[in-house]
Design a protein around this ligand. Sequence first.
Ligand code: OGA
Ligand code: ZN
Length: 394
Amino acid sequence: MSQALPNTLLTDNGSTPMLADARIDGDTIVVSWTDGMVSAFHQIWLRDHCPSGLHPSTRERLWDWSAYDLEINATGVAVTDDILTVSWPDGHVSTFDADYLRRRRYDDAARTERRPQLDLWSAEDIVRRTPNVDHAAVMADDNALLDLLIKVRDTGFAIVRNMPNCDRPDTDWPCETVARRIAFTRETNFGRRFDVISKPDPNNQAYTHDALLAHTDLANREMPPGVQFLHCLEFAAEGGESLLVDGFHAAEELRADDPGAWTVLTTMPVAFRFHDSDWDVRWSGPVIALDVDGGYHEIRYNPGIAAPIDVPFALVKPLYRALTAYAARLKDPRNVLAFKLRPGDMMVFNNRRVLHGRGAFDPSTGPRHLQGCYVDLDEWHSRIRVLQGEHRLD
Ligand code: OGA
Ligand code: ZN
């Protein structure tokens, strides 16, 4: 049912390494392992992570950090039966399992290893290895579900093939039943689910037959939806081919070719706004947002709903220059994966990384009908951890 645990826990031959030895070294305790690895833990870290400080059922910490002694000095350490025992000056004794310590070590190498290994792609690259999964397998088998979750986490998208038709539109739609295998769905001002069809008086460009340039949905929200599901029910119209672009890959190209533009887009907030007769939702954020370690966090890009540019006078031209440079990369045919959805296909993509769009279509040549919904990334990552058994670890 669940996949193997992350290999940080395992040695090269697949066995779990044992604790070999531990010694006090200044304000740290240095632990050595039977595979030769050595890991240092601060004494204050070990005191703070003593399992006795957690509620037995909730596993929440029972204290705060206000009364901590930063210079705490253990009176002894011992290793027996793969347990590290630390004795503290107040008489308290902490015990730690080997696999807990192995998994939680925080030297530079371990922290680097734990960072997400994203698979950035150009169209030329991904067209030969487009991630696909089968609907029936995803619904019946947790391993197939995990495969879908991991593909979208790492590559940013996958296509679910052989989706059933929507025979009962008054109950859960097929896209929702797949989404509910993962978690609850994310509701927005477009509802908890939405039909993508050409309709009169649209409040969104998606509900026309016009082309949609590469964009992320709901860039105007503080937290745009995480993963988007777009299920193709009917497609007989001419045109309307889908496109996907890896926004992180395009950002990496920009960083290499035009670091000044990259710096502008990673630091300067750009405003987006959606408004109709019922809503006026606005948010500003960098087009390319980085995380605290400098890795890519999200792309926020939707020219159709960009609000009037309102940045300091001297920065207007640099911002336009940067937007122009990034927009060109998003249109570069080498970056744009273009394909035609068939009825029964569902695109599933990280809306905060992979931009999507479509070509114009001619509704007089036949129908085109997609159904969609969203699941947020917190739920996505949580489901991966639960299927992998990570949630039971400490
Ligand atoms: C959308 C959208 C693309 C399409 O509904 O958000 O971008 O192929 N649709 O119609
Ligand atoms: Zn969209």
